[in-house]
Design a protein around this ligand. Structure first.
Ligand SMILES: Cc1cc2nc3c(=O)[nH]c(=O)nc-3n(C[C@H](O)[C@H](O)[C@H](O)COP(=O)(O)OP(=O)(O)OC[C@H]3O[C@@H](n4cnc5c(N)ncnc54)[C@H](O)[C@@H]3O)c2cc1C
Length: 594
């Protein structure tokens, strides 16, 4: 497939670029080194963590600490730490594979993620040389464990409204305030903590558990991830040395949002990893349980669920690996020894904030849907704590809340696209003009080639429907668009579906062209997903128009959308039947990455 030469792929450009013209990393291209590392992570999770699944969920924190230390011994905590500070400095792909494995035990994966991600990365990207030298080697081995303290009782989504204060008193900062919902607070030694200097300048500080004035509250009684520690962090005249300011004074938002952005694409990958475990035990159960003298998995409506679960896994993987490919390519251009390396690396990651939010929202909603259908497949036993479906249903609910709620992330997806278009970073307006001209001559199916040509045509039509509706929203609402949250969310939903469809199509096409062993099921997954996602985009585009105009204006807008609606469905029932029989034969999601 020909690709255009691009210096660095612009985040969000998938919406405006013809399918196949942007480079796309697919998990089938993972290097042997990355796979090797993933196998080590699998051995660890299957050998050390999963056998203690129930014990972890009793909130046995000494056990969690012991497991984190073991993970440190085999290098799993130091993947993203630069070599200069005794880390492995591997690419993000290796990190993602490890996360997928860790997510098989939800509580442990949250503790692991909070330590290696939001707890450690602020120091990796924003620490001074002295801070990095002091903390990172110890964080790599779990000699020190980390947490990230941003949220307060009164400021969650509106994180910048934090009330915790920091005042300079001679050579010491004095901090006061209470942070809430802090993962790992029950055992963390180091807290990257946000406070406002003189009540004004939002900044980040490294707080140590042993600093005077530091304490933690009681463990929260949570709906799920019961084995992860969640407490308040209380700072009462907490005095820390002046050099514990992390990053620049008053620039704490860069750390807070930059680090959350990284957390988002990881969370998306973790959700897909978790989903693989769910489909495995759901397939097993539906094969064993008999009703009407037949195994449950022989019924069409159970097969429908199994096929849709696996399809979401395939599509989610395609999106996540595409995003991580962009991020790794951008990061590879910047060496840690370059001047301003940290800032440049953060900028490179931030370029893909639209894709990172998509991974978070799409992945967390896919896993929640999968967990819900797993409960349904188990019937009454799905409601019993004796069976695994009940636990994942509770455990995965948090993913739609933390790392920015899905509402906030939906606002980020469309909001960032609009901001970039206004700044001239993305040629959205030009694409809008092109689409307006194409109404009388829309792209024809015959213009697309290759084994999934029909689906490529479908996604190009979707882009145009999304563009027409979004363009109308910009035209009618102008500056007020960003305050019209339902319209913004519809735009984001369409963008997510387009990214999902396109990523899956390109992945399936590559598998078909290279004769991959699972190419045929990849084609079926993709066809099934595109069949239905196409109609969701079509519906959203029409409904969005109805939200912003009526009468003749609406009729005109709908006629425009109809010009790009020559896409006929194929039988989803046939596709699902074929997929389900493969899944039943294999006893799990068939495409192994490592
Ligand atoms: C188990 C757990 C672990 C956590 N771990 C950490 C951690 O380690 N560190 C940390 O700092 N925080 C952590 N958090 C906090 C988490 O990030 C916040 O709960 C989350 O950001 C939401 O904030 P909130 O709870 O105050 O909800 P609110 O901000 O009050 O939101 C409530 C609802 O209103 C919606 N809403 C809010 N603002 C808007 C808006 N502008 N437009 C539309 N809808 C809106 C939200 O989407 C949500 O549905 C954790 C939370 C939990 C439950």
């Amino acid at each position: 497939m020909a690709t255009v030469a691009v210096e660095r792929i612009k985040g969000g450009s998938f919406l405006l670029t013809p399918i196949g013209q942007l480079p796309q990393f697919t998990p089938e291209e993972l290097s042997e080194d990355s796979k090797e590392f993933a196998r080590a992570a699998r051995e660890f999770i299957e050998g050390e963590v999963l056998p203690k699944d129930a014990q972890i969920d009793t909130l046995d924190l000494p056990l969690t600490i012991q497991l984190l230390k073991k993970a440190g011994e085999i290098g799993l905590l130091s993947i993203e730490i630069p070599e200069a500070y005794e880390g492995l400095e591997l690419d993000k792909k290796s990190g993602l594979l490890v996360l997928e494995e860790m997510s098989k035990q939800a509580s442990f994966s949250v503790s692991f993620g909070a330590h290696t991600g939001i707890g450690t990365l602020p120091i990796v990207y924003f620490g001074t040389e002295a801070q990095k030298k002091h903390y990172l080697p110890k964080l790599a081995t779990a000699e020190l464990l980390a947490a990230y303290a941003l949220t307060e009782a009164g400021s969650g989504s509106d994180a910048m409204a934090a009330k915790t204060t920091a005042v300079l008193d001679g050579d010491m900062w004095v901090l006061n305030g209470t942070k809430m919902w802090i993962t790992n607070a029950g055992f963390a030694d180091v807290f990257c903590t946000f406070a406002k200097i003189d009540g004004q300048h939002f900044s980040c500080f490294i707080i140590e558990k042993t600093d005077p004035g530091v304490s933690t509250g009681a463990e929260e009684h949570k709906l799920g991830i019961k084995g992860s520690s969640t407490r308040t962090l209380i700072l009462e005249n907490c005095r820390i040395p002046k050099d514990r300011l992390l990053g620049e004074l008053g620039k704490g938002h860069k750390i807070a949002f930059g680090i959350l952005n990284i957390g988002r694409f990881k969370l998306g990958a973790g959700c897909i990893g978790g989903a693989k475990r769910v489909i495995e035990y759901t397939l097993k159960y539906t094969g064993e349980r008999q009703q009407f003298n037949k195994p449950l998995h022989s019924f069409g409506l159970i097969q429908q669920k199994l096929a849709d679960m696996a399809t979401k896994i395939f599509v989610g993987e395609a999106m996540n690996w595409r995003t991580i490919g962009y991020i790794d390519d951008a990061l590879a251009e910047i060496s840690w020894s370059d001047a301003d390396a940290s800032a440049e690396k953060m900028k490179a990651i931030d370029e893909y904030s639209i894709e990172a939010s998509i991974a978070k929202v799409w992945g967390s909603e896919a896993l929640f849907w999968i967990a819900d259908e797993a409960v349904q497949c188990f019937g009454g036993y799905g409601y019993s704590a004796e069976y695994p479906a009940e636990k994942i249903y509770r455990d995965c609910r948090i993913n739609r809340i933390f790392e920015g709620t899905n509402e906030i992330n939906r606002l980020i997806i469309a909001g960032t696209l609009l901001k970039r278009a206004m700044k001239g970073d993305l040629p959205l307006m030009q694409f809008g003009q092109q689409v307006a001209k194409e109404i009388s001559n829309p792209p024809k199916a015959a213009a697309f080639t290759g084994p999934v040509a029909r689906l490529k045509h479908g996604v190009e039509l979707s882009k145009r429907q999304c563009m027409l509706a979004s363009g109308l929203a910009v035209q009618v609402l102008g500056q007020k668009l960003v305050d019209n949250q339902e319209v913004m969310a519809r735009m984001s939903n369409m963008m997510m579906e387009i990214y999902a469809m396109e990523s899956a199509i390109v992945r399936a096409e590559r598998m078909l062209e290279s004769g991959h062993r699972w190419a045929e099921i990849a084609r079926d997954f993709t066809e099934l997903y595109v069949n239905e996602a196409w109609h969701r985009v079509h519906g959203d585009a029409r409904m969005l128009c109805a939200d912003i105009t009526d009468g003749e204006g609406l009729r005109h807008a709908l006629a425009g959308i109809k010009a790009f609606a020559e896409f006929h469905p194929t039988s989803c029932a046939r596709l699902r039947g074929r997929i389900a029989s493969q899944l039943i034969q294999k006893g799990g999601y068939p495409i192994e990455l490592a």
